[in-house]
Design a protein around this ligand. Sequence first.
Ligand SMILES: *Cc1c(COP(=O)(O)O)cnc(C)c1O
Length: 418
Amino acid sequence: MQINQNRYQIQGVDVLAMAEEFGLPLYVYDADKIIEKIGTLQAAFQGVTLKIKYAAKALTNVSILKLMRSRGIDIEVVSVNEIRMALLAGFDSGQIMYTPSGVSFAEIQEALALGVRLNVDSLPLLEFMGQTYGSRKPVGIRINPHIAEGGNIKIQTGHADSKFGISMEQRSEIRAIVERYSIPVVGLHIHTGSDFKNADAFLKGADVLFELASDYPDLEFLDFGSGFKVAYREGDHSTDVVELGRKVTTAFRNFCRNYGREIELCFEPGKFLVSESGVLLVNVNVVKQNPNRTFVGVDSGLNHLIRPMMYDAYHEIVNVSNPAGEKQTYSVVGYICETDTLGWDRSLNEVRPGDVLALKNAGAYGFSMSSNYNSRVRPAEVLVYEGKPYLIRRRETFEDLVRNQIEVDFEEEISIKK
Ligand SMILES: *Cc1c(COP(=O)(O)O)cnc(C)c1O
């Protein structure tokens, strides 16, 4: 994305022209940005067998999944429907890593019948795997490394009080079950959360897996999950992927030497691959001058982008349609009947009703966490690929909202009884 002659463009396509063509509000994704991020990761991890698995929950549109597949990326999923989505996008079941948290054993069996690989998240599930499949199903094991790292507490997943994974302190319990049923353990997995400040958090996690790996001679992979931090505003810290690559590959090569064999090094980035690629375009409904503040009310809100309200996330906002307007301070709010703030006290080029604002870094956990709250429909999604915008999801309609609802006609019921 760049601003060219004051016009906000994505791969040379004018954002305002897309707003015109596809309507607002609108999610737009830049395929080049995704491809660039894939390249950055691949370049940073030279000299090891690297496998990148895209964490599909960040942005699950089937065309995005197809783009990932076309670039040699595997996929990480957390639900059986994400598995179906990945299959629909053309992934082989062997490329799909399923890492659910606390799902029913029935769903686990459904997933395994589809041929995917599984990371086991609890001792009862490990026991179930042994009882049901004996030594027939290879598994990965998700370890909770007791590392409290990452941004907002809501996105930390690797500390001792997190629900995720099997505690590293239960090492002997894991082994006992594995030995009882001769379960083939082919991988160890951690995912410690999001927004790590530096490479050290990854290295701490890696050390935990290196240590536990000595229990399992048949490993095919170690999976370090994700946690890559993305810069949401200018001056924001982001994970230095080059430094991370240098440190982790060195540690991993040492590990493989000691282990006696080269195995795969896996990462599961979601946010890192898609966050920057996405922008949410919204229309300004009203500019409202209150005694203390000027509010900009837009035709979107936490139903389309919940991260500001859920995680106190900062999304940069720009006035796309008045780029030369004089800067003023505004608070940009959504139309949902809740406290629904998208950006507080932002300096924006003069905002007028009918202007188009862009909320940046909206590719990850934007559309995928959207809802129909307030009976609002979800926006359309557009992917810009090789300089051309493709509609990859139609805007919902009122019919979509009522499709699965069943009306009970109470007056008729009463008259039948009479
Ligand atoms: C959500 C998730 C990821 C991706 O996390 P990001 O912060 O988006 O990179 C990776 N692995 C697992 C198991 C996840 O649940």
